[in-house]
Design a protein around this ligand. Sequence first.
Ligand code: GLU
Length: 377
Amino acid sequence: MPITRLSDLSDTALSPRLVIKVGSALLVGPEGVRRSWITQLVAEIAEARARGQDVIVVSSGAIALGAATLGLEKGGRGSLADAQAAAAVGQIALSGLWAQLLDDHGLTAAQMLLTLEDLEDRRRYLNVTATLTRLLDAGAVPVINENDSVATQEIRFGDNDRLAARVAQAARASAVVLLSDIDGLYDRHPKLPGATLISMVEGVSREIHAMASTESNSGMGSGGMVSKLQAAEIAELAGICLVIGNGQHDRPLERIVGREIGTLFTPGDRKAGARKAWLGGRLRLKGELLVDDGAAAALRRGSSLLAKGITAVEGVFGRGDPVAIVDGKGHVLAHGLSEYDAAECAAIVGLHSSEQERVLGYAPRSSVVHRDQMVLK
Ligand code: GLU
């Protein structure tokens, strides 16, 4: 039985495993750590554990905390170097705080700091899955953050929303709850008259993206509605529900789950297989294959991509690397693993499959991206 409403999140059978992401502004206020609020959230986490639910926490706040300690301006977000230094200082306090508060309920915290690459490299991703599974089996509560001190600009998540969705995917969670500073997704800018909270979204469509507003950004964290919707899409492909709810209340989970105030994103029928979901959620790809209208239509019907439909090749990639398949208007149609490297692809652009062997000297695969290695966007 799938999750169909927010109250299902407290149902152990429907939601055996939850990921709860806590934004920086909720954890750190002008006076420092918001200890009494976190204590209440941890009590709610302990209740979920007592019901038999596994809980993984994705906690931001390292940069904000460290910046306060080091006296860095702009909350430590003035430069990458500031953010990395702040995170190194703040993470110690952050992990210590979670460990202590969870321990008050007899729960063991387990810290994991992840980078984008840990989740984008298939082997490392599977390793993260194994560690998370082992920790949960052993009864621990994993507390996860991005390893901000080492992740460079191009290879960072930068926001914990997408990180939380990827972690949920790796841990095969039932749902991700993003605790934010806003009740959920509104149909227009939340400050505009008549703005209405959308309680349920089945599949993140273009119209839903158009509703996203960056105005909900508190200035502390780096997420905003845009990164939350991206997170919802990652979760959707993985067949996982995602909730955006307001954490600015006492006992925030009670308000979201018990009173059902928030936006629930359900995956609908878009769920892909495990490998495809991992591929579709990747943020970094090695190159692009541009395709003509005929190939674009064929892909949408479920066909593999043949060299004949490719018009251009961009980037440097090897065999088996992930690439984007892009139509003539620049829309990304799919992500897939290329059967040929970039130079080979360039050599066979526009050719019929039967000519591939003549040009390359071999042609182990007739398609350039096989449909089993592809996920439509
Ligand atoms: N990883 C960052 C931190 O711990 C937060 C990222 C975010 O704002 O989502 O401060």
